[in-house]
Design a protein around this ligand. Structure first.
Ligand SMILES: C[C@H](N)C(=O)N[C@@H](CCC(=O)O)C(=O)O
Ligand SMILES: [Mg+2]
Length: 361
């Protein structure tokens, strides 16, 4: 199975409601998709969202990285030469983790198709279904309480509550959500908005009020590993590193420093399934549980994250709500998303059959 062509396109999917975090507000998913074609007629699919506020990757940067750097190391290559292919792809340009993730996902898809086995089974997995949380965007306490009620009515048992814009409102936000969702598992995500001391004060106030937070994601700036450790050591609430962990190297450093209790692995931060496996292995060694997360992504790349999560028991928490936040699903095949319940596909590779409404570029 030899690579003959790399085609790029765009998909545009409106969200059900605007997605708001301390870093950005988004109304629709606008992602770059990649199709890697082969001489056997098999196609591998990948996807990358332009999450400039987090990864630094814009639409133009993703397209440019693939067209100007990555494509030339792919054309004419055998999929069976998998390790070299991935190595050369990663060596063709530095950074650009979103573009690399899209390509890595499409290559894993083809590798699974070559051997006629689903990717999660190639990775040794036997878990077939996982349960995701759902994000409650940061808004006024009343609006967040309304969104929490709607999520509970749709069957979600775990809420990921965004905080951090106007931090003085954060305790009231959590109190409003907890009041309407007394039995829900509640995790919060500050998306880097707090200073270390502010984080400890707010988190401890939340615990003292009995708001019962499972963990807090990325309370302080991504680069501030010392600040993250300060929060981890001084707060009652467990701390998860998200934007601080892009690479296996970042994950190792965070774990060696004891800077966080938990790690959020996202394919778009680390460059795909290959590096996600390295982070998971390091976390297994350190006994640090991980969450599988996503950006605002549609089903192609989130489906790849599902395969990875189904294969790794160190992934004990799931935040793969990208597809259920979308008002429609233009992706044919792949995992089935039924609100919180996600079931992996047993088709070879990643099981994607095609994309509706793709705009080729
Ligand atoms: C979508 C997911 N639940 C989530 O919150 N992901 C990110 C932010 C994604 C984005 O801004 O596109 C996170 O910070 O965990
Ligand atoms: Mg986060």
């Amino acid at each position: 199975m030899k690579i003959t062509e790399v085609r790029l396109g765009m998909i545009s999917v409106p969200l059900i409601v605007p997605f708001k975090t301390a870093l950005r507000t988004v109304n629709s998913v606008e992602d770059v998709v990649i199709e890697i074609h082969t001489d056997t007629g098999h196609v591998g699919y990948g996807e990358a969202p332009p999450t400039g506020a987090i990864t630094g990757d814009t639409t133009g940067a993703i397209i440019g990285a693939i067209n100007d750097h990555i494509k030339k190391v792919l054309i004419g290559r055998e999929i069976d030469d998998f390790e070299n292919l991935i190595k050369d792809m990663n060596g063709s340009i530095v950074k650009n983790t979103s573009a690399k993730a899209a390509v890595d996902i499409a290559l894993w898809d083809l590798y699974g198709q070559l051997y006629k086995i689903p990717v999660y089974k190639m990775l040794g997995g036997s878990r077939k279904s996982i349960e995701t949380d759902i994000t409650i965007s940061v808004n006024s306490p009343d609006e967040m309480a309304r969104d929490a009620v709607s999520a509970i009515n749709r069957g979600y048992k775990c809420l990921k509550v965004k905080v951090g814009s106007n931090p003085e409102l954060d305790v009231a936000r959590l109190a409003a959500v907890r009041e309407v969702a007394p039995d829900a598992l509640i995790r919060i995500d500050a998306n880097q908005a707090w200073s270390p001391k502010q984080a400890v004060r707010i988190l401890n106030q939340m615990q003292e009020k009995g708001l019962d937070i499972e963990f807090v994601e990325q309370p302080v700036k991504a680069h501030d590993f010392e600040g993250l450790r300060y929060v981890t050591q001084n707060s009652y609430v467990p701390v998860m590193a998200d934007e601080s962990v892009f690479s296996p190297m970042d994950a190792l450093k965070i774990m060696q420093m004891g800077a966080a209790d938990l790690i959020n692995i996202k394919l778009m931060k680390c460059g795909g399934i290959t590096n996600a496996l390295k982070i998971a292995s390091a976390a297994e060694v350190y006994g640090v549980e991980c969450m599988i997360g996503c950006m605002l992504e549609a089903k192609i790349s989130v489906n790849a994250a599902v395969h990875f999560a189904c294969a790794k028991q160190i992934i004990t928490k799931v935040d793969l709500d990208g597809p259920v936040l979308c008002s429609e699903d233009p992706i044919i095949g792949g995992a089935v998303f039924n609100e919180k319940d996600i079931t992996v596909s047993d088709e070879p590779g990643l099981g994607i059959k095609g994309i509706e409404k793709i705009r080729y570029i």
